[in-house]
Design a protein around this ligand. Structure first.
Ligand code: SF4
Length: 242
């Protein structure tokens, strides 16, 4: 009986994959993104203990709500690959039940472990926080080497994926950065969609509650016009934009 630590469950999610999603937010994350809106997921042991069997029972009960929309289960976090054994078993059980599966990941994971998840994944949502190595380190506290390795693995293994990228004014929200992302993603065969996500401040209060220093207090959320401009840059690279 594999035990995991979860932060929360969203039974009618609409943002993390196709259709209506049963989203499991796992606890624990090796990144420290400056804009994180869920810093309460960072510490593994702060989560609620649950077995895969208990979680699958909840998923089966919700099945009528997500299945008819073409949805399924999304395993998110935190960073869901951190609890590798739990995530692997959960995905296996979902596939035994013929449920559509999505992994929402930063890609900061052991490449060999990631390969083991692929047979049980219909889709991967990969966050590329920053393409530039130094700026990725400054924004998240970790290197992006593993994330970029995950892109290579998915291309080699023919794993369908979406790329998501948070647009943060003063950090990632500039035209040359988005053009670099476009060049990098152009001609990727198994990339189905690219989503630019506007930075938001909804999690700022959690940093305060946890006694953490939120460094983006003075950073404004990007305007609709800026998001349109950046999306139009990506479109020049023949990418399917969400
Ligand atoms: S990867 Fe996600 S959960 Fe982890 S720090 Fe970044 S935004 Fe937060």
């Amino acid at each position: 009986m594999t035990v995991g630590y979860i932060h929360s469950i969203e039974t009618l999610g609409t943002r993390d994959g196709p259709g209506v999603r049963f989203v499991v937010f796992l606890q624990g994350c090796p990144l420290r993104c400056k804009y994180c809106h869920n810093p309460d997921t960072w510490q593994l042991k702060d989560g609620q203990k649950i077995t895969v069997e208990q979680l699958i029972k909840k998923i089966i009960r919700s099945r009528p709500y997500f299945e008819r929309s073409g949805g399924g289960v999304t395993v998110s976090g935190g960073e869901p690959t951190l609890q590798f054994a739990f995530t692997l078993e959960l995905l296996k059980k979902c596939k035994e039940e013929n449920i559509h599966t999505v992994l929402d990941t930063s890609g900061c994971t052991d490449p060999d472990k990631f390969r083991q998840l692929i047979p049980y994944l219909d889709l991967v949502l990969l966050d590329i926080k920053e393409l530039n190595k130094e700026r990725h380190l400054a924004l998240t506290g970790v290197s992006n080497d593993k994330t970029l390795e995950v892109v290579k693995i998915m291309e080699k293994e023919k794993q369908p994926y979406w790329i998501r990228h948070v647009v943060v004014p003063g950090y990632t929200a500039n035209k040359s950065n988005i053009a670099s992302l476009g060049r990098f993603l152009k001609n990727k065969k198994h990339l189905a969609k690219v989503e630019l996500l506007p930075y938001h401040k909804l999690g700022e209060y959690k940093w305060e509650e946890l006694g953490l220093d939120y460094q983006l207090t003075d950073v404004a959320e990007p305007s609709t016009q800026l998001m349109q401009e950046l999306n139009s840059i990506l479109e020049q690279y023949n990418l399917n934009i969400a």
